[in-house]
Design a protein. Structure first.
Length: 89
């Protein structure tokens, strides 16, 4: 296995991680902005008010995106391990 092949495998793994995490991070970002705007409008600066909606948004996003995320990771793993003979050289 050449160093270029190892770098490509690591690069693909990092890109897969990025694409799996990006939607949940976007959900958290949007929920954080929305909660901050509500706190600014109501002048309520309580930590529980900012944390609970964000956690609920992450949970909802995870439940909605989980089938897509599982499909992507299973597909990636199948491609990676399905061509295992390529790495044995």
């Amino acid at each position: 296995m050449t160093p270029d092949a190892v770098v490509q495998i690591i690069r693909d793994a990092l890109m897969m991680t990025f694409w799996l995490a990006a939607p949940l991070l976007a959900v958290g970002f949007i929920a954080g902005i929305a909660v901050s705007l509500v706190q600014i409008a109501t002048s309520m600066q309580d930590n529980a008010i900012s944390t609970v909606p964000r956690l609920l948004a992450f949970l909802g996003g995870l439940l909605l995106l989980l089938p897509w995320m599982l499909q992507r990771i299973v597909s990636y793993t199948t491609v990676l391990l399905g061509d295992f003979g390529r790495y044995a050289h």
